[in-house]
Design a protein around this ligand. Structure first.
Ligand SMILES: Cc1ncc(COP(=O)(O)O)c(C=O)c1O
Length: 439
């Protein structure tokens, strides 16, 4: 088939542009669990796009709600003006958030949600009179988007290096421990003591200088790294003790990925701020949010003079009416189809069983999972180069779209997934694991 468009102008994000443009993988249509290539080849989407299309592709209800909203109100400034749908959506969202997180600051993406959360944390510390608290603590292998705050607290070296001095941060060690926890189902048993490092970092910097700690409850882009049992609870205790804002970046773990609306609820640890995006609109429209504890909102807002702007931050598209319409329609689908808890039921169990049936095949060294997120890690090849991308391409050639990071393949399918789709994904990964060149 003749190529209809040129691939030259689009500088693709996080992509090997030269490699891609020689052999493009073009997806032009999607429906349900499947994407369709420009050659109309059906591809099973094992990653919900980029961990976001939680309600499955092509949900007409969302498109219809957006079209209706465009006809009603396409846009109105969120600075000093409001629209009902923004307030309605915020009220609806906080019905899902953990107790106390009843305020919503809207953004357009996960990266912006992270920047906003970091600034809210700093504004809160200032408003509280903790004027020396400016330092931020993240975690090795953490991913918090690509803006300067996010890469400062982030812990993925290629995303940080070469971008200058960044903010004043420090980083916890990551919690991946294959030697002790390989092939754990759900949260690993070993490693709670790693949380004590936070106490040491705070002592080192001085509690009076540390404003916030940010972690993903489960690290996604860093390789699907789960917190050891008790680890997040210990971070919570240490942050409370030192008056430090605890931020959970739930851009991936929110909206049903783990079998609950939020990881905070699933793990029964309540942070001060939650960042959200992706599944909040099932990936249909760019949308993000920060969920904020009432006490933080009240402290910042009440600290400003009456009639003055309390927080000098916001986006042209914060609470965009069309995005809110998409979000409301997404929540309707989640509720109607019980998608936010599917991962903790029979389908989540089937996914876990399927994944762990791959143990012992080829060079697989670890399998990790929780709800409807999973990872299969392969041994490092002797040439030292990551093999995940090769595996991704092999799976793609067999009709399954996966995500690769280093030597790890991540899976995060739409929450509408059925057993027959899981069988195909596991079968394909097994075949690819067997056909990889042996060392
Ligand atoms: C945990 C986490 N935070 C932030 C982001 C950034 O989101 P976005 O790409 O929408 O800016 C991502 C994206 O994958 C993420 O996984």
């Amino acid at each position: 088939m003749d190529k209809k468009v040129s691939y030259e102008a689009f500088w693709m994000p996080f992509t090997a542009n030269r490699d891609f443009k020689q052999n493009p993988r073009i997806i032009n249509r999607a429906e349900g669990m499947y994407c369709y290539t420009d050659q109309n080849v059906e591809m099973l989407d094992a990653t919900a796009g980029l961990w976001c299309v939680n309600a499955g592709h092509g949900r007409k209800e969302i498109g219809e709600a957006m079209a209706k909203q465009v006809a009603e109100l396409d846009y109105s400034s969120p600075f000093n003006f409001g629209h009902d749908i923004g307030f309605e959506f915020a009220e609806r969202l906080v019905k899902y958030t953990p107790p106390g997180l009843n305020k919503v600051f809207f953004t357009n993406s996960g990266s912006e949600a992270v920047e906003s959360a970091l600034k809210i944390a700093l504004a809160y510390q200032q408003a509280k009179g903790n004027t020396g608290k400016f330092k931020l603590i993240g975690r090795e292998l953490g991913y918090h988007g690509v803006n300067f705050g996010g890469i400062s607290v982030g812990g993925l070296t290629p995303n940080r290096k070469g971008f200058g001095p960044l903010l004043q941060t420090d980083h916890l060690d990551h919690t991946l421990d294959i030697a002790r926890n390989a092939f754990s189902k759900g949260l690993p048993e070993n490693g709670v003591e790693k949380a004590e490092q936070l106490e040491r970092l705070i002592q080192f910097h001085g509690a009076e200088s540390v404003a916030a700690v940010i972690v993903e409850p489960i690290s996604g882009a860093g390789g699907v790294i789960l917190p050891p049992k008790g680890y997040l609870r210990r971070l919570r205790e240490i942050c409370t003790k030192h008056d430090i804002v605890l931020i959970f970046d739930e851009v991936i773990t929110g909206w049903g990925r783990l079998g609950s609306p939020f990881a905070s609820e699933e793990f029964d640890v309540i942070p001060d701020l939650i960042t959200s995006a992706k599944g909040i609109s099932s990936g249909v429209v760019p949308l993000g949010a920060v969920f904020v504890q009432d006490k933080i909102y009240e402290t910042v807002v009440n600290n400003a003079p009456e009639g003055a702007v309390e927080f000098f931050h916001g986006y042209t598209y914060s609470g965009h009416p069309v995005a809110c319409a998409a979000g409301l329609a997404t929540l309707d689908i989640y509720e109607k189809e019980g998608l936010l808890t599917r991962g903790s039921g029979e389908i989540g169990q089937y996914f876990e069983d399927g994944l762990h049936s791959l143990k012992g095949i080829g060079s697989i060294v670890d399998i990790r999972n929780y709800g409807l997120i999973g990872a299969v890690q392969f041994a490092e090849a002797s040439h030292g180069k990551p093999i995940g991308f090769d595996i991704l391409k092999r799976c793609y050639d067999k009709g399954v779209m996966v995500r690769s990071m280093g030597n790890t393949i991540a899976l995060s399918p739409p929450l509408i997934i059925e057993k027959e789709h899981i069988d195909v994904i596991i079968d394909t990964l097994g075949q690819v694991a067997k056909e990889l060149p042996s060392e």
